[in-house]
Design a protein around this ligand. Structure first.
Ligand SMILES: Nc1nc2c(ncn2[C@@H]2O[C@H](COP(=O)(O)OP(=O)(O)OP(=O)(O)O)[C@@H](O)[C@H]2O)c(=O)[nH]1
Ligand SMILES: [Mg+2]
Length: 482
């Protein structure tokens, strides 16, 4: 499958550019209005960007308009001949019929087709999106029922395969991983999905699949388009959607059923989310955990949640340190939690004091270090943060968690990740999941940074609104589950 973007000053122009290059079989995946940026942008008009796809090997056909134009000309010639006109034309000359549009499931394309065309009505009826919606729903129900192998199982199954490549290389999974997961999916998931699909999907589609009356590519493209839109509406970055679709291309084109393909997508996304990395104790005391990140994302609140969890649920000896002396009342906020939880709290006023503070608390299992939130553009605070992390005696076990709000724009999240990547390794905590319905940024940031996911927080309540990230749940949401 080839996916490409086309620009135009109007939607129509961008779509035409796509059709000119890919022909009538093109499927329009997405249309985006691009607002001019910068101060003088207000004086300029928006432009349009169309993401279009074509199945490899699909023959390009002339656009409907040009075929229709040819036919009109031909008809005019015939009329003229019948009326004894001067234009001569062979009686058996072939009349061109507009080709059946494989991509007619694309709204943009069907709009070009005359509504009363019996040919097109037939083609339009062959695959409709409601039927694919039922397919998504059916697969989702199987996913919800928990019968799909867990990530751990899949990873154990495929211990030696590298799952995620560094983001810069832009690769998702090795072929080895894909094929082994596919194998596992076939044996464990497909029969159940098939059962549900059979009972839920319109018999017409079933018959179509069986008899192959609908060209396979047509169904595939409808599926790809729906998948694309579902992921895009959940704010998964287009770059990753395209990678996923490219990766899926082989599975689709080798004639697998849609339920199998969707289950495969699900499994692939779960594997890409990786296994969560949470605070672990390796027997050596203390474990020093830093929470870093932009202002107001929930670092202090999350420290209180973690402290409470480890102290009350896991019976660990917990202490807290804060280096946030920039903001008035910042230490008071943490002190309030420390008092409630009855845990010691130390304040460090400069990065040089960190080792003294930790030394005094070294009989604790877990020392949570709260840091000042700062804009990633503030160079001075960035240097202080760097020193704080670097100054810690390397003899201490440590882990750094970058706290990000799931409500932040992806463009900003990338800049924040770049800033912190420059001076430390980290795992990711996502806060404020209760304030968003689109979880795409979790996948985007995971793939962009290559860092492990850890916890998510879902509200202001300490300690209840925090949990270890449930990657299967996130992926279900990304695929339109509830
Ligand atoms: N809705 C929602 N609010 C949250 C969540 N986590 C934290 N908050 C709220 O976000 C606000 C900021 O939380 P803090 O813990 O002070 O954030 P911080 O990152 O320590 O902020 P600075 O220290 O100023 O950088 C508070 O009102 C919290 O109650 C969450 O998961 N969901
Ligand atoms: Mg704070």
């Amino acid at each position: 499958m080839t996916i490409k973007k086309f620009q135009g000053t109007t939607k129509e122009e961008a779509i035409k550019a796509a059709k000119d290059e890919f022909g009538d079989q093109v499927v329009i995946m997405n249309i985006r209005e691009i607002h001019p940026s910068g101060l003088f942008g207000i004086f300029r008009k928006s432009t349009y960007e169309v993401t279009a796809a074509i199945e490899d090997g699909v023959k390009k056909t002339k656009s409907f308009e040009s075929v229709a134009r040819d036919n009109e000309m031909m008809a005019a010639k015939r009329e003229s001949k019948a009326e004894g006109g001067h234009i001569s034309i062979a009686a058996d000359e072939e009349i061109k019929v507009p080709p059946v549009q494989e991509g007619n499931i694309s709204q943009e394309i069907t709009q070009d087709i005359p509504r009363d065309s019996a040919l097109m009505q037939n083609a339009r009826n062959n695959v409709n999106e409601n039927e694919l919606q039922s397919a998504f729903k059916a697969v989702n129900e199987v996913i919800q029922s928990g019968t799909i192998p867990s990530v751990t199982e899949a990873q154990t199954y495929n211990k030696n395969a590298k799952i995620i490549q560094p983001a810069s290389q832009g690769n998702y999974m090795t072929r080895e991983t894909t094929s082994q997961v596919n194998q596992q999916m076939t044996s464990q998931v497909t029969p159940q999905v098939n059962q549900q699909m059979n009972s839920q999907i319109n018999p017409q589609v079933e018959a179509q699949n069986r008899n192959d009356r609908v060209p396979k590519g047509q169904t595939n493209m409808a599926f790809v388009k729906m998948l694309y839109n579902v992921l895009l509406s959940n704010e998964v970055d287009e770059k990753y959607i395209n990678q996923l679709i490219e990766d899926m291309d082989k599975v689709l084109s080798s004639g697998n059923s849609l339920d199998y393909v969707l289950s495969n997508v699900y499994q692939k996304l779960v594997l890409n989310m990786g296994k969560p990395s949470v605070i672990q104790f390796r027997g050596k005391k203390p474990m020093v955990v830093f929470l870093i990140g932009p202002t107001g994302v929930g670092k202090t609140t999350t420290i209180a949640k973690i402290a409470s969890k480890y102290k009350l649920e896991y019976n660990k000896k917990v202490a807290m340190v804060t280096s946030d002396t920039y903001r008035i009342a910042a230490t008071d906020q943490l002190r309030t939690y420390a008092n409630i939880l009855d845990t010691p709290l130390s304040v460090v006023y400069s990065p040089d004091e960190i080792n003294d503070a930790i030394d005094k608390l070294k009989d604790h299992d877990l020392i949570l270090v709260d840091t000042a939130g700062f804009s990633h553009k503030n160079q001075e605070q960035k240097e202080d943060m760097k020193k704080l992390l670097m100054n810690l005696n390397p003899a201490y076990e440590r882990a750094v968690y970058l706290v990000l709000s799931s409500t932040t724009k992806y463009k900003d999240l990338k800049e924040i990740i770049d800033t912190y990547t420059a001076f430390t390794k980290f795992r990711l905590i996502f806060t404020k999941l209760d304030e968003t319905t689109a979880y795409g940024n979790i996948l985007n940031c995971k793939l962009y940074s290559g860092a492990d996911l850890s916890y998510v927080t879902t509200g202001q309540n300490v300690p209840d609104d925090m949990e270890v990230v449930d990657t299967q749940h996130i992926v279900k949401q990304l695929l339109g589950g509830h």
